[in-house]
Design a protein around this ligand. Structure first.
Ligand SMILES: Nc1ncnc2c1ncn2[C@@H]1O[C@H](COP(=O)(O)OP(=O)(O)OP(=O)(O)O)[C@@H](O)[C@H]1O
Length: 602
């Protein structure tokens, strides 16, 4: 099955390289930020040096106390503290700005790409997991770059500069400090690998947890009506437990490495005091140098200890970054020919299926050897038992998917060579349940044609003979439709979908007729609106109602992925066969909208 790449196989360095490639802004002004980091670090080292100078020359100098020198050193230290503070602020601000700009680009790219992923892939990958990859995974990277990144940068610089100055004062003490930290430093690689694996699991569990939580939220009505709250709750509990376990394991590892850091710094500090005093007795080191050393050790200890925390954040961020890059690595298998795309000929479109076959990934063929021609401007109804391939036929027609074999042509042009923009403008599919956004009726209708103003929408409503319906609504076009349109009745939602389609003004209209029953008055309205909508265009309707098939110029009958009959309704009724059986069942169920025989209605 086609799935979205996890990105887990991408190495840490490659993640960094590719991450920078996707967010080039992250490199912007890096030199300036680095310069500020150097300035801040140097400023920090100046303070212990000033302390040492004050002690050894200003207070304990050969000529007694030198107040002038002490005062100058105090000014130097104050300036150094000020410079460190200002440069830290500027560096943090710059890092924050570039990180957020760069990651906004990454988020946008990943989010756009989700839309370009084939419908098939979107079905196989849980949407909640996908959402977590575009949101919380990117947040991890952002947090690290802004907070951990600064720490990492300053830590490395601080350790280097502290070591150099320490060596200048006493090589023996420097060696002691390094020996104390050696076990921790040499185990960093080990911890990095373990943390990387542990946080990879954590990120995956976050995705699964979000999927488990968001699915029942979206399908709340189903959960309630089927009384499966406890089963749903059990699934959510399970995913939360799994996340908690993964997270605890990862945190446990962090705790071990952090404790090692504590032991090392304790050893270093104690050693510096003991060895420093001992060296002092032998006149190998001055009291000012020992004091300066104590300061410098803290400059060394701090970064190495927080280094483990930085490492943890880095692993978490890299795991998140990989997963986001994984989305971008998943090829969009519907290639948009883009600017070189061919345009469709003007006017109503002819449809040609040329020996078309299709199978969903890993599944059996669901369309076989379909060769059909539909004249421009005709009205065709597609019928067949459930699972016979009608929806698949419609998806290939609108290029929501590409045919496995054979060619689909619109107006004589291979659909694969038509630019997406042109295709989506000229070919519109009205699904059974059009998705309505939680906004006004006007805003929802405007999805049909971006840029349409209220008057355009009103005109479309009038064209479809729905003006009185609109007037009957309490707030007209400003009526709010509620989440997914739940404040409207099923029939009214269909009307909005038809207004949307009319605004889009396509040359090929593909309709998946709704099966939900609506009251007779609305039924008449929908029928009338449909009549007007189809006029002058080629229309292909997946039909579930007898009247739709009766009113069509031609009916195409699918059975097990093949077209088994075709012709006007009356002729097909006379022929009998699959259509004869369908017709008989429609008649038996009366004129009410009836699902095709064999349909398992909930
Ligand atoms: N996303 C999918 N992944 C795998 N198999 C699928 C997918 N969608 C449909 N199928 C399978 O393809 C076959 C044809 O499905 P299709 O939806 O085209 O039938 P249909 O005639 O439109 O049915 P209905 O009237 O129930 O909508 C069915 O066996 C179905 O199980």
């Amino acid at each position: 099955m086609t799935t979205v790449a996890t990105g887990e196989e991408i190495g840490a360095l490659a993640t960094l390289r590719r991450g920078l490639h996707f967010s080039p802004e992250l490199g912007d002004g890096l030199k300036g930020t680095l310069a500020l980091a150097v300035l801040g670090t140097v400023g920090r080292v100046v303070v212990p040096i000033a302390v040492q100078q004050t002690l050894d020359k200003g207070l304990n100098g050969a000529g007694g106390i030198d107040l002038g020198f002490t005062g100058r050193m105090a000014v130097v230290a104050a300036v150094a503290i000020l410079v460190t503070g200002v440069s830290s602020y500027l560096m943090t601000f710059r890092l924050f700005r570039t990180a957020e700009t760069g990651l906004a680009t990454l988020r946008t790219k990943a989010f756009r790409h989700v839309h370009e992923l084939p419908v098939l892939t979107q079905n196989t990958e849980r949407r909640g997991a996908m959402v977590s990859r575009v949101t919380s995974d990117v947040d991890q990277v952002s947090q690290f770059l802004v907070f951990g990144g600064i720490l990492a940068l300053v830590s490395v610089l601080q350790v280097i500069v502290a070591t150099v100055v320490m060596l200048f004062y006493s090589w023996q003490l420097t060696v002691w400090v390094w020996v104390s930290f050696l076990p921790l430093i040499s185990s960093l690689r080990y911890f990095q690998r373990r943390l990387s694996a542990a946080y990879g699991v954590v990120r995956r569990q976050v995705g699964l947890m979000l999927a488990a939580i968001s699915e029942p939220v979206v399908g709340a009505a189903v959960v309630r009506t089927h009384a499966i709250e406890s089963r749903t709750q059990a699934r959510i509990d399970e995913s939360i437990d799994a996340y908690q376990l993964a997270s605890t394991r990862a945190q446990g590892l962090t705790a071990v490495s952090f404790s090692l850091g504590g032991i090392s710094s304790g050893l270093a500090n104690a050693g510096v005091v003991v060895i420093g005093i001992w060296l002092g007795f032998g006149d190998h080191i001055t009291s000012g140098q020992v004091l300066a050393f104590a300061f410098l050790v803290s400059l060394f200890v701090g970064p190495v200890q927080t280094g483990t925390q930085v490492l943890t954040d880095a692993q978490n961020a890299i795991a998140g970054w990989r997963r986001t890059i994984g989305i971008l690595d998943t090829p969009a298998d519907l290639a948009d020919p883009g600017p070189v795309g061919v345009d469709l000929p003007a006017g109503a479109l002819a449809v040609d299926f040329d020996d078309v076959g299709f199978a969903y990934p890993g599944g059996p063929p669901v369309l076989r050897e379909v060769t059909e021609h539909i004249d421009p401007g005709t009205r065709v109804a597609v019928v067949g038992e459930t699972g016979s391939g009608k929806t698949t036929f419609a998806k290939l027609l609108t290029r929501l998917m590409d045919a496995g074999s054979g060619t689909v042509r619109l107006g004589g042009v291979d659909v694969r060579s038509v630019g997406f923009d042109a295709l989506r403008r000229r070919v519109v599919m009205v699904p059974q349940e059009g998705f309505l956004f939680d906004s006004t009726l006007l805003a929802n209708a405007q999805y049909g044609r971006l840029g349409a103003i209220a008057d355009d929408v009103r005109r479309a409503v009038t064209d479809l003979g729905l003006a009185d319906w609109l007037e009957g609504l309490p707030e007209g076009l400003q009526t709010r439709v509620g989440q997914r349109g739940e404040s409207l009745s099923a029939g009214e939602r269909q009307l909005v979908a038809l207004v949307r389609a009319h605004l889009a003004d396509p040359d090929l209209l593909v309709l998946d007729e709704a099966t939900s029953a609506v009251d007779p008055e609305l039924e008449v309205r929908i029928g009338r609106a449909l009549e007007r909508l189809m006029a002058g265009r080629t229309s292909v309707t997946i039909a579930h109602r007898l009247t739709t098939a009766e009113n069509a110029d031609e009916v195409i009958v699918f059975d097990a992925g093949r077209v088994v009959q075709r012709g006007p309704h009356a002729a097909l009724v006379a022929q009998g066969g699959v259509y004869g059986r369908l017709h008989a069942s429609w008649v038996a169920q009366g004129s009410a909208p009836a699902p095709a025989p064999g349909t398992l209605e909930p």
